[in-house]
Write a protein that binds this ligand. Structure first.
Ligand SMILES: O=C1C[C@@](O)(C(=O)O)C[C@@H](O)[C@@H]1O
Length: 395
């Protein structure tokens, strides 16, 4: 198992017992993982022989990792585990940068046979500049590792951009992961920037920032992604509820369009568009609570959206990169209500071409961007409108 060719999908396994590790490995296999990361630091074992048994019984290629900060007994046990993994020729052995400089480990690294060595660094604390990350990557590369790994704790989705930059520019294979919900795109878009491996979580075992294995394989089909893949997504907060990825990704494939549609957990829309400004970020749906703020981010706004004061769709015009905002909520919602009323023959006694909403009392619960679109549409059809909202100010 190497670094070239097909994208590798890795299931991260953090289990307490050997039995759980082995059964999770089987599940990972069923869900389509190519390999597993066995986080040995998550296990409680009384003797190293238990780890030996696990490694010998593995049914998928593995990365053996042991994070020292997680455990008090750490450094000594860590060295024991990693030495063992190297002796047993486990496919990949991951060593933290601080441990890699340990004399014993350096000797072992030099004597390694079939295992590939990954030297890793875990970085806490949000925004990291390209320069800082670049220096760290240089340190990691200097260890003589076969591959390096960066796990970065991000605060905002915009903090993932330097990670993409590293993926593009790193000279040896790089595994990169941004931790937390706002880091999810590091895995979903990683292959566009050259990632050879993406990580996922097992079904029913969600880890923030990791896509479920099943969605990597069935929804996003990351194995088809390349440098030309256009990025689309739903900008929202929260975003996990959106059905957008389930709808758009199959449609892209059906029409043989090289695109991906991802959830974008955004805190500040303006900042998002400032950072992800290249033409490859081609189009966006806009959800709660950003529909009104997003108007200000557009270079041009369609007349209807301007009148409503909210956009739910933004297209980046390929010819000049300008952002053009639209509102499809208004017509979509109003015409769906009209269709339903007509189907049930609920009319207002007027001519059949008149809207069945005309003259009716239209009750809106909420006064956000989507509600604005519906109020506008209902009013334009001649309805009377009542708005219920938590505060009066927005009505
Ligand atoms: O309101 C919605 C739903 C949505 O935000 C979503 O969550 O997928 C996408 C928007 O375009 C649409 O207007």
């Amino acid at each position: 198992m190497g670094f070239k060719g097909e994208l590798l999908v890795c299931a991260i396994l953090e289990c307490e017992t050997m039995e759980e590790m082995l059964s999770s490995m089987e599940k990972a296999k069923e869900e389509g993982a190519d390999l597993v990361e066995l986080c040995i630091n998550s296990m409680s074992f009384s003797h190293i022989s238990e780890v030996e048994q696990l490694l010998k019984q593995r049914t998928l290629p593995a990365i053996v990792s042991f994070r020292t900060f997680c455990r008090g007994d750490s450094k000594k046990t860590c060295l024991q585990v990693l030495q063992l993994a190297l002796q047993l020729n486990v496919e990949f052995v991951e060593i933290e940068l601080e441990v890699a400089s340990n004399v014993v480990m350096t000797e072992l690294m030099n004597k390694r046979s079939n295992s590939k060595l990954i030297v890793s660094s875990y970085i806490q604390g949000g925004h990291l500049s390209k320069e800082k990350l670049g220096n760290l990557v240089t340190c990691l590369q200097c260890t003589g590792a076969d591959a390096i790994k960066l796990v970065v704790d991000v605060v905002y989705i915009t903090d993932v951009a330097p990670v993409f930059h590293m993926l593009t520019h790193c000279q040896i294979p790089l595994i990169a992961r941004a931790v937390g919900d706002r880091g999810l795109i590091s895995q979903l878009l990683g292959p566009k920037y050259g990632a050879f491996l993406v990580s996922g979580s097992l079904g029913g075992n969600s880890i923030p920032g990791l896509p479920p294995l099943a969605s990597i394989k069935q929804v996003y089909k990351l194995e088809y992604m390349d440098v030309d893949t256009k990025v689309f997504g739903v900008i929202s907060n929260p975003v996990g509820h959106s059905k957008g990825p389930l709808l758009h990704n199959p449609a892209f494939r059906h029409t043989r369009y090289n695109g991906i549609y991802v959830p974008l957990l955004v805190d500040n829309v303006k900042e998002f568009f400032r950072v992800y400004s290249c033409n490859d970020f081609a189009g966006f749906s806009v959800g709660i609570p950003h529909k009104e703020a997003a108007v200000e981010c557009c270079d041009e706004v369609h007349l209807l959206a301007k009148s409503i004061g909210a956009v739910n769709t933004i297209v980046r015009r390929p010819t000049d990169g300008k952002l053009v905002g639209y509102n499809t909520d208004c017509e979509a919602c109003i015409s769906a209500i009209e269709d339903a009323l007509r189907e049930r023959r609920i009319t207002n006694g007027q001519a059949s071409h008149a809207s069945p909403i005309a003259g009716k009392l239209f009750v809106l619960v909420g006064a956000g961007g989507a509600a604005r679109a519906m109020a506008f549409g209902a009013k334009s059809r001649g309805a009377r409108i009542v708005i219920f909202n938590r505060n009066f100010g927005k009505n």
